[in-house]
Design a protein. Structure first.
Length: 397
C-alpha cells in the first residue's frame, strides 16, 4: 500500500504540472478558435472515451481486475504524453492533434482513478478505509494543486509548455512501476470476478441517500468546471500575470486543500451528510470572492480558503459510499460514483467555454458561485431530508 500511495503521489505531480501547461499549450495553438472554446474542448477531451468505459463497468457487467485497469492507464498515458511532448517541442503539434491525443490517450483515466482507490482501500481493510481515503486526498491536494502547478509554472515559464508533457509521461511510468512492484496480481480482483455481476446503480438503489448524494455531487462538480475555463483568462486579463501566476494560484488552492486534507482525521466524529452540505455552501463563496478581488495576493488568499473548505469533501464522500458495501460490490459502485462525479467535468467544460465568452471572465466566476449557492437547498433536501437510513459518522464509516 505504501508503494502504491508513493506512486500515486509522484504521478499526480506530473498531472498537476499539466493543469498549468495545458491551457498555455492550448492558447499557443488555438488559431481561429475562440480562446475559451479551445480551452474547454482540450480540457474536456480526456473525459469522453474514459466515461464510456467507466460506465460499462459501473452500469453494465464488464469486470476487469483493478490492477489491470491501472496498468493499462499508466502505459497508454505515458505513451500519449511522450508523443505529444515530442510534437510540441519540435513545433509540429496542432490543436486537432492535441485534442485527438487526449481523447484516446485517456481511455482508461476514470477506470484507472477508481482502481487506485480500490487497490489502496482493499489493502487497508475496512478499519483503515477512512484513513486511506484521507491519505489519497492528501496526495491529490499536495501533488495536483501545490507541487505540480508550481513546478509546471516554472517549467512553462523557463522551457515551454511542451516540456511539462514529458513530466506527466514520466509520472505515469513511475505509477506503473509502483503498481507492478507493490500490488499482487490478484489484489482487488478475486471478489470482483467471483461475486454476482450486479450493476453499480442497482446496488446504490439499496442506499438511496448515497444515490441522491451522487446526483448532488454531479451538479456540484458541473457548476465548478467553468472556473477552470475562466481561470487562465482571469490570471492573464484581470490579474495581468502569466503562467507562473496561474501556477501560484493553483498552488494556493492546493496549499489550503493540503491543510484541509490533513485535518480530515479530526472530522471523524462529525455526521457526514451535514458536513458535505456545508462544504458545498462554503465553496460557493470562493468564485464570487475571486471575481471581486483584482490583484494576485488577494486572489491567492481566496483560492487557498476555497481549497481549505473543499478538501474534506472527497474522502468523506467516498468513505460514506464504501461503508456497507460488500467487497464484490466495491468496483462497480466506486467506478460508477467516480464516473458520475467526473462526467460532470466535460459537460461543465463544454458549457464553460460559451458561458465565459458570453458573460466574461468575472461574470462567469460569479455565475458559477451563485448557481452553486442555489444548489445548496436542493442538496440539503436530497441528503438531509430523508433520514430512514442510519446516519454514520466519519469514525463509524
Amino acid at each position: 500500500m505504501a508503494g502504491l500511495l508513493l506512486g500515486d503521489l509522484l504521478a499526480n505531480v506530473g498531472t498537476g504540472m499539466i493543469i498549468v501547461a495545458m491551457p498555455v499549450q492550448t492558447l499557443s495553438l488555438h488559431g481561429g478558435v475562440p480562446k475559451a472554446i479551445a480551452i474547454g474542448l482540450v480540457e474536456a477531451a480526456p473525459f469522453a472515451l474514459s466515461t464510456v468505459l467507466a460506465l460499462a463497468i459501473g452500469l453494465g457487467r464488464v469486470r476487469v481486475p483493478p490492477r489491470t485497469l491501472l496498468v493499462a492507464d499508466c502505459v497508454l498515458r505515458s505513451l500519449t504524453f511522450a508523443t505529444l511532448g515530442v510534437l510540441s517541442v519540435t513545433g509540429t503539434l496542432t490543436l486537432p492533434v492535441l485534442f485527438t491525443g487526449l481523447l484516446f490517450g485517456a481511455t482508461f483515466r476514470l477506470a484507472g482513478s477508481s482502481s487506485r482507490r480500490l487497490l489502496a482501500t482493499s489493502a487497508a481493510g475496512e478499519a483503515g478505509r477512512f484513513s486511506v481515503n484521507g491519505l489519497l486526498g492528501l496526495n491529490t491536494t499536495f501533488a495536483l494543486y501545490i507541487a505540480g502547478p508550481v513546478l509546471g509554472g516554472l517549467v512553462v515559464a523557463t522551457a515551454g509548455a511542451g516540456y511539462a508533457l514529458f513530466f506527466d509521461a514520466g509520472g505515469a511510468l513511475i505509477l506503473l512501476a509502483a503498481t507492478l512492484l507493490s500490488v499482487p496480481r490478484d489484489t482487488g480482483s478475486r471478489d470482483a470476478l467471483r461475486e454476482p455481476k450486479t450493476s453499480g446503480w442497482r446496488i446504490l438503489r439499496r442506499r438511496p441517500v448515497a444515490a441522491r448524494l451522487l446526483v448532488v455531487e454531479f451538479f456540484f462538480n458541473f457548476l465548478y468546471m467553468p472556473i477552470e475555463v475562466a481561470l487562465p483568462l482571469y490570471v492573464s486579463g484581470t490579474l495581468h500575470a502569466g503562467a507562473s501566476g496561474l501556477g501560484l494560484l493553483w498552488g494556493a488552492l492546493g496549499a489550503g486543500a493540503f491543510v484541509g486534507a490533513a485535518l480530515v482525521g479530526r472530522l471523524r466524529n462529525l455526521p457526514q451528510r451535514p458536513l458535505l452540505v456545508a462544504i458545498i455552501g462554503l465553496w460557493a463563496l470562493c468564485p464570487i470572492a475571486l471575481a471581486v478581488v483584482g490583484d494576485l495576493p488577494a486572489a491567492l488568499v481566496v483560492f487557498a480558503l476555497g481549497g481549505l473548505v473543499y478538501a474534506p469533501f472527497t474522502p468523506v464522500a467516498y468513505s460514506f459510499l464504501q461503508s456497507g458495501l460488500a467487497p464484490g460490490e466495491q468496483q462497480q459502485v466506486v467506478t460508477l460514483w467516480t464516473t458520475g462525479a467526473t462526467v460532470a467535468a466535460p459537460l461543465g467544460l463544454a458549457l464553460g467555454g460559451p458561458l465565459i465568452e458570453l458573460t466574461g471572465t468575472t461574470g462567469g466566476l460569479v455565475l458559477s458561485g451563485v448557481l452553486t449557492l442555489l444548489l445548496l437547498p436542493i442538496a440539503a433536501r436530497a441528503v438531509l431530508g430523508r433520514t430512514q437510513e442510519r446516519e454514520p459518522t466519519c469514525a463509524s464509516a
